[in-house]
Design a protein around this ligand. Sequence first.
Ligand SMILES: Nc1ncnc2c1ncn2[C@@H]1O[C@H](COP(=O)(O)OP(=O)(O)OP(=O)(O)O)[C@@H](O)[C@H]1O
Ligand SMILES: [Mg+2]
Length: 307
Amino acid sequence: MSYYQVLGFEKEPFSTSPDPDFFYLSKEHEAALTNILIELRLKRGLSVILGDVGMGKTTLSRKLIPELKCREDFIFHIILDPSFAREEDFLAALVHNFELTGNHSSTSPSTPYGRSGRVVSEVEPTSPGPLEMRDSLEKFLFQKGVSEGRTIVLIIDEAQKLNRNTLECLRVLLNYETNEYKLLQLVLLGQLELHSMILGLANFFDRISFKYTLNPLCREETGELIDFRLRQAGYQSSMQLFLDGAVDEIFHFTRGYPRKITMLCHRALKALVMRNRSVVDRVLIRDLVEEEVRAGWVLAGAPVYQK
Ligand SMILES: Nc1ncnc2c1ncn2[C@@H]1O[C@H](COP(=O)(O)OP(=O)(O)OP(=O)(O)O)[C@@H](O)[C@H]1O
Ligand SMILES: [Mg+2]
């Protein structure tokens, strides 16, 4: 029996996977999500979401999926890791994942999120060149976007891994437009270094219609996130499992960074079981943090875990 089942949960409350069911809509996440959806509906082109490591970018992108899936007029695809060395690899991935006719082969693995509804039949024996692939993409965008009135969305997570060539390629795709709207809706989610990367590319930076930086949660939201995840995992008691003092400490040590909150809470619940205790209090959280410091798991100079 798992530790969380011992505590009466149906699911693991503080798993670190980006499960949208465990996504707590903080002010920051809600603002980002609402604005992205508005931008997509208005077909404004490029949105960029920045956030430090573990701030919830991937979880946010997963949260977008059901919103896009329920719109029949949307065609969307997510690239989870855009570390393509060459422009042609990137183009081939797009051609493949949007399932363009011509059925070009691709060097990138497909993710399960494409849903343009076409069946890929055969793979061409010879790979097309970048010009040909760009041409196919342009035709696809005009056919779907103008003739069929659909909205084509490309979401790229870990966008800080895009290189100059792939960014330039995206810039070209963003140029395809009618008098009223852009044909490709692009959402980039990336760590903070993405900002300096695109800042150096004036004609890319200029095209950003919506930019947003996800900031950490405040104390109140840290408590709400913990409570939300406990309830989603099946906690029903009216008794507080994490006392206010514990939440104060969690907020202090994690500075409101969602992944750090999640990981510390996970350790706290495991400790409850191992120590045969019934609530998480301030002392327990301090003990856990001290254990980590003693074991040398805290990076030298890290502001987290300093009092
Ligand atoms: N709004 C949220 N509500 C609940 N849990 C969250 C939230 N945001 C993030 N988390 C949790 O924090 C962890 C990290 O989230 P995620 O992987 O989305 O961060 P990230 O910004 O993509 O990190 P990285 O920069 O390392 O890719 C996950 O366990 C996720 O479940
Ligand atoms: Mg991520």
